[in-house]
Design a protein around this ligand. Sequence first.
Ligand SMILES: [Zn+2]
Length: 320
Amino acid sequence: MRRAKGCMAARRGPSAAGMRPLLALLALPAAFGVPSDAGAAPRLELAITMDDLPAHGDLPAGETRLSVVRSLLAAFKAAGVPEVYGFVNGALVEQDPALERVLAAWREAGYPLANHGWSHARLDSLPLGQEEAEVARNEPLLARMNGTADWRWFRYPYLAEGDDPGRRAAMRSILARRSYRIAQVTMSYWDYEYDEAYRRCRDKGDEGGTAELERLFLHSVEQGIEYWLSLSRAVHGRDMRFVLLTHVSAINARMMPRVLALYRRAGFRFVTLAHAERDPAYAADLDPSRPPALDLERAPRALPVVPRYEPAERLEGLCR
Ligand SMILES: [Zn+2]
């Protein structure tokens, strides 16, 4: 899906925080405890997931959907990431069957695929009764591509679980009946905000602009760590196991080796989605027949939360 605002547009956070120098967060662990424990045993756990397979966001000239995914897979393998779930919109493959090659590359790397809805529709905006078809229509493709790998995880498009309690419960009962678990999101760096500016910078051959964009991007990764750690501590009083949302985008393909190194430096080790979601904080996601858990971004908080960094203003003028 070509979505200017990406998966999480429905859940934009509070207003912009100031830009601070790169790595400032990791050098200043006192305020919110973001670690800078290079050399120490990792004490934080992160499951990595990617959305919108087989195609997300703007594609710079010279790149293909397959080249993007191959770069991503190479980065994950080089960093020893044990598993990366790829969440699929099957409608893209129906529109362009050649894109099935992207899914095949994912599987050849040994990573599993799961369900992100057939057409990336917001489930709570569909006419009543059509939600289940949006989930079910993806299943033959997932079953065929995955073999014995477990594809019964669902990632809500736009992370929109619905504000109406009745619709939200109805959707959960559909997922429970079809034996899904919900792939929650508790870590992100809002990568989709960079897609358009990155394509502009590359198409223009603007090396200075690209370098500035890379700097902002890595700042978002660092600041995302600080934001989600502070949320976890404010809501749960501890560091939960985290689940990272990213997208199969060209900017992620370029930056992933540096992104993974940054998480490592911050004290994370990479784990599977099932391992992360065995954290008790995700009990309602593992069993959708239960009432929904607290939304981490909306839950009452006992501690202050770091405001998230929003790069839109800086990106707007970049590589014009
Ligand atoms: Zn998505």
